[in-house]
Design a protein around this ligand. Structure first.
Ligand SMILES: *Cc1c(COP(=O)(O)O)cnc(C)c1O
Length: 355
């Protein structure tokens, strides 16, 4: 793979949105990174170009069989004006793990990180600086070969686009209501649940649509075989605090290994809070609720960092968590992780990568 990245700068820079208009994933920076894969040649033609639409053959395999993977990460601007990333090497490592599962050729992780840093340097002014804002980064790879046969594609694009995003919690963190799903499943062991691939999301839309109509903001997914073991919440990993102990489902092959999840585990251990990675059933959560030991529950992922759970609906029961208020450990984890990410707190873990 050639390590040269050519650069073509835009001649028509866009107007940057005002902070209040940011939202999530609606605005995109002036430039994008793209490189191509051709069988026999490998990855080639790495380039940074003005953000623009793509021209693809209607028979491009991505449109038909969904061979694609993606990542999600953020860049933050500190009060001192530095731009920094949070554990970005983990994202590119996971990208290759997803590639492996989807029969997509691996990318050079160091090269991908260097490419991202070059893109960030060019679009540096797009990293918002208001508290709670960040630049969301979306690397993705998809099959471009024009062919309707079912087989791994011989051609791919690897693209990185970036989007300035607003504060997820502009009016303070409000715990959300969650519907525990018993009909649909997100993933099964042996499937693609461990990979960050679009198909997992397409598969989850139906249950999410039904939950939204009932006034619930996310689905709590149970395992695909016995419909008992808790897996994830929406597109986040899930944590419970029961009787003083923090519990998160152990990675089992169908759960996405979140980098936020891993960071929470490190933070909890550093704070000497008991934490367990193990199987946990919905019945155990119901029992804890009945015994008054279900103390806190929250989802964890890059976009929201933490989303506290105020209510769980399972069959005909409604389980209220911590009176619908955010719990003390949840708040501490949120403050600590966001503090490290935006540079207001020290990073004893070596997680921050400065531009
Ligand atoms: C991306 C993702 C997560 C969270 O991963 P992070 O690395 O923490 O952002 C959790 N579950 C699913 C299904 C995901 O796609």
């Amino acid at each position: 793979m050639s390590s040269i990245i050519t650069t073509q700068l835009t001649t028509t820079p866009k107007q940057k949105p005002a902070t209040e208009q940011l939202g999530f994933g609606k605005h995109f920076t002036d430039h994008m990174f793209i490189m191509d894969y051709t069988e026999g040649q490998g990855w080639h033609d790495a380039r940074i170009i003005p953000y623009q639409p793509l021209a693809l053959d209607p028979s491009a395999m991505i449109f038909h069989y969904g061979q694609s993977v993606f990542e999600g990460m953020k860049a933050y601007k500190t009060a001192a004006g530095d731009v920094q990333l949070f554990r970005p090497e983990r994202n590119f490592k996971r990208l290759n793990a997803s590639n492996e599962r989807l029969c997509i050729p691996a990318v050079d992780e160091q090269f991908a990180l260097d490419a991202l840093k070059q893109l960030l340097a060019i679009d540096r002014e797009w990293v918002p600086s208001e508290p709670g804002t960040s630049l969301y980064i979306r690397p993705f790879i998809f099959a471009t070969e024009p062919f309707l046969g079912v087989a791994p594609s011989k051609n791919y694009h690897f693209i990185i686009i970036m989007s300035p995003v607003g504060a997820y919690y502009s009016e303070g963190i409000n715990p959300v209501k969650i519907l525990v799903e018993k009909q649909y499943v997100r993933a099964v062991i042996g499937g693609t649940g461990e990979a960050k691939t679009g198909g997992n999301y397409a598969n989850g839309l139906k249950a999410q649509e039904i939950a939204s109509k009932e006034g619930y903001s996310q689905i709590l997914w149970l395992d695909g075989k016995e419909n008992r073991y808790i897996e994830e919440v929406g597109s986040m990993n899930i944590f419970f605090k029961i009787n003083g102990k923090v519990i998160t489902p152990a990675l089992n092959g169908s759960i996405l290994p979140g980098i936020t999840r891993d960071s929470m585990l490190h933070l909890l251990k550093a704070k000497n809070i008991d934490v367990e990675e193990r199987r946990i059933t919905i019945d155990e959560v119901v029992q804890a609720f009945e015994e008054g030991t279900l103390e806190e529950a929250f989802g964890a992922g890059t976009a929201a960092v933490i989303s506290p759970i105020g209510e769980l609906k399972w069959q005909n029961r409604k389980l209220t968590v911590n009176d619908g208020q955010i719990g003390a450990v949840t708040q501490m984890l949120y403050d600590t992780l966001t503090g490290i990410q935006n540079g207001t707190m020290e990073d004893p873990f070596g997680w921050i990568v400065k531009l």
